[in-house]
Design a binder for this molecule. Structure first.
Ligand SMILES: [Zn+2]
Ligand SMILES: [Zn+2]
Length: 139
């Protein structure tokens, strides 16, 4: 089980599961949305996520027509992104997790826009988005 919150604390959540997949995303949209050189996103199951408080504080921005980025409109903390054609999963921003195990990243995506100075040794690199279970089939 995981717990987490936004910066101001109005949004709190519990995830009734574990993180089994953690992606480092280097895409330009994530950089701009988070204000950081890369982002750590965990694909998780929507049905196991319980927003305890503050869900009425959510604000969504559609960075592409089928993908919304959700943040706390009080403090601006990015919380998750979600594709409209994949409502069963969401991509939690791992930096908001306060309790529970955050594993090492499993892979990196959109590596064409990685910051030159950043080296994450030993993690598989992909030019596009992937889902680990699909890659396992290819490997
Ligand atoms: Zn907040
Ligand atoms: Zn990204």
């Amino acid at each position: 089980m995981l717990k987490g919150r936004c910066l101001c604390g109005q949004v709190t959540y519990e995830y009734q599961g574990e993180i089994t997949e953690l992606a480092v995303c280097h895409c330009q949209q994530c950089k701009q949305a988070q204000g950081t050189p890369f982002v750590t996103n965990a694909p998780i199951e929507t049905s196991k996520m319980k927003w305890l408080t503050g869900a009425d504080n959510f604000k969504s921005y559609f960075s592409s027509s089928n993908k919304k980025r959700v943040f706390c409109q009080n403090c601006g903390s990015p919380l998750y992104s979600q594709r409209t054609d994949m409502p069963e999963s969401l991509r939690l921003r791992a930096g908001t997790i306060t309790h529970g195990k955050i594993p090492e990243p499993h892979y990196q995506i959109y590596c064409g826009s990685t910051s030159d100075w950043l080296v994450l040794n030993g993690k598989p690199q992909y030019e596009q988005n992937i889902l680990k279970n699909l890659v396992d089939k290819i490997d």
